[in-house]
Design a protein around this ligand. Structure first.
Ligand SMILES: [Zn+2]
Length: 141
């Protein structure tokens, strides 16, 4: 089963309603769900450093994803990288949107951020517990 956002379903003539069910924006497209929706925006504003916010909200989808997924900065003083935190937060925003659409469930900004921090720490911890492959061994193939 493929879940599409309302704007994409409207573009494919699967529905007449392309507005965002959460904030009422005219077209709900992919970037809207994870970045520009009013709820998503509140989440990002609470975690993106103030001096990076204008660029963060201006980049088109491809550049936005690349910029954040390639970033190796540490978020605040936490022991994990921004790219992991960013990925998990995007997924939780998408999941929260679907919870809202299909179950009328609501999310809280701080709870979503806290969950993302917990999951990112858990991911970083489990990732460091595995032995890293030795490139010399891999080169013998
Ligand atoms: Zn919205």
């Amino acid at each position: 089963m493929i879940i599409t956002w309302h704007g994409e379903r409207a573009r494919r003539h699967m529905t007449n309603e392309g507005h965002c069910p959460r904030c009422g924006a005219v077209l709900e497209l992919g970037l809207h769900v994870v970045r520009d929706c009013s709820f998503s925006r509140m989440v990002w504003l609470s975690v993106v450093p103030e001096n990076a916010q204008s660029l963060f909200f201006l980049l088109p989808l491809g550049d936005w994803l690349l910029c954040n997924l390639k970033s190796s900065i540490r978020w605040k003083s936490e022991k994990f990288e921004w790219q992991s935190f960013f990925s998990i937060l995007c997924w939780l925003l998408w999941k929260g949107r679907n919870l809202f659409v299909f179950s009328n469930g609501h999310s809280c900004v701080q709870k979503l951020v806290d969950t993302s921090i917990t999951w990112t720490k858990s991911y970083a911890k489990s990732n460091s517990a595995w032995p890293q492959p030795n490139p010399l061994v891999l080169n013998t193939w």
